[in-house]
Design a protein around this ligand. Structure first.
Ligand code: SAM
Ligand code: SF4
Ligand code: SF4
Length: 338
């Protein structure tokens, strides 16, 4: 098994299929304008498949399609259909903002997608518009309603921001219950792109649990051995929800994930400032064996523990200045995929 410097395996690949998005979430794309990846650099589906096969040879067994907004990638269901017959992909999932989901959920299922996560931060229309700069809440809700029966165990991911949506924890838990979906509350992270981040806007896992137990009563952790980032909890009535405490209690120690941008640059950590240009290697004629060598050497040298290092930093401010993001769009969260 391929292991990095901290004995972490390479198992989990997040594939960004586009850097474009139809929302402008304040914690991800708060600026007016963005620099996009050149279209000719975006990997064709055959190229994605060739790279995925090399990753599968090296031990990856979980693949998540993300972006940007993955449903904006033309024919993304075709990509799902191309990938899903590979038995070595034990888990083929997608994270979407849900805007285009109502019309695509069945097609994604038919194409062989295993699991789906919808990002949803608020149930208030005006707040949604403020948070995302789009009046699309109704379409997202229709997307969730359409997808929930098709994808049992649907996940709903909510970034919690103090003073913005932190009064909706209970409402979102109940919304999830109504759809048979599991809500996961994500701490606001200072990733590239989050140029408005500040520590005082982070609602910690501890505070989330305090607020939820004030409403529901005692909350018990669900004991499970996995490298999944969400810690799961059970309400007294049995309902399970998750918390992803990437900011205050990072899980770098067990991190088996890496990210491939839509133009084929491979990042070994969400916080890494440099990636491995697999597109250049691929288009330069590298064989699968040569690509495997490149990936192996990079992973074996991996020492990334980005979120832990950020936690240790004093005077924490947004990670990457705007001018730097403009120079290299790969540093954006919406480019490398969440
Ligand atoms: N556009 C899709 C969506 O929003 O679901 C997929 C890509 S998005 C970058 C993936 C996930 O990253 C989303 O759930 C989003 O909420 C999360 N995310 C983006 N910026 C974040 C931040 N600053 N802190 C925590 N999570 C963030
Ligand atoms: Fe929001 Fe996802 Fe788009 Fe980022 S990529 S702005 S999180 S919908
Ligand atoms: Fe993994 Fe980097 Fe995130 Fe830590 S910060 S969990 S090493 S991707």
């Amino acid at each position: 098994m391929l292991l990095d410097r901290y004995q972490r395996p390479l198992r989990n690949l997040r594939l960004s299929v586009t850097d474009r998005c139809n929302l402008r979430c304040s914690y991800c794309m708060p600026e007016k304008e963005y620099v996009w990846l050149p279209r000719e650099d975006i990997l064709h589906f055959e190229e994605v498949e060739r790279l995925v096969d090399v990753f599968l040879d090296l031990g990856v067994d979980k693949v998540r399609l993300t972006g940007g907004e993955p449903l904006l990638r033309r024919d993304v269901t075709e990509l799902v259909a191309r990938l899903s017959p590979r038995p070595r992909i034990r888990d083929l999932a997608m994270t979407t903002n849900g805007v285009l989901l109502a019309d695509t959920a069945q097609g994604l299922k038919d194409a062989g997608l295993h699991r789906l996560t919808v990002s949803l931060d608020t149930l208030h229309r005006d707040r949604f518009e403020q948070l995302t700069r789009s009046d699309e809440l109704d379409r997202v809700l229709a997307g969730v309603a359409a997808a929930a029966p098709i994808f049992p165990g649907l996940k709903i991911d909510t970034v919690v921001i103090r003073g913005t949506n932190d009064d909706e924890l209970v409402d979102l838990v109940e919304f999830g219950r109504g759809h048979g979906a599991e809500v996961r509350f994500i701490e606001y992270m200072d990733v590239g792109g989050a140029t408005h981040w500040s520590m005082d806007r982070v609602l910690s896992r501890r505070e989330m649990l305090e607020r939820l137990s004030a409403h529901y009563g005692p909350i018990a952790p669900v004991q499970e051995a996995s490298s999944a980032p969400a810690d799961r909890y059970r309400l007294p009535d049995g309902l399970v929800f998750g918390v992803i405490s990437s900011t205050t209690e990072p899980f770098c120690e067990e991190c088996d994930r890496s990210r491939l941008t839509a133009d084929g640059v491979w990042y070994l950590c969400l916080y890494a400032t440099h990636g491995v240009d697999l597109r250049r290697a691929l288009r330069g004629g590298a064989t699968p064996g040569e690509l495997a060598q490149l990936i192996t050497a990079s992973w074996e040298g991996r020492r990334d523990r980005g979120a832990e290092q950020r936690l240790a930093a004093r005077d924490r401010a947004p990670l990457i200045p705007l001018a730097t993001l403009r120079r290299d769009p790969h540093l954006e969260m919406h480019t490398r995929g969440g």
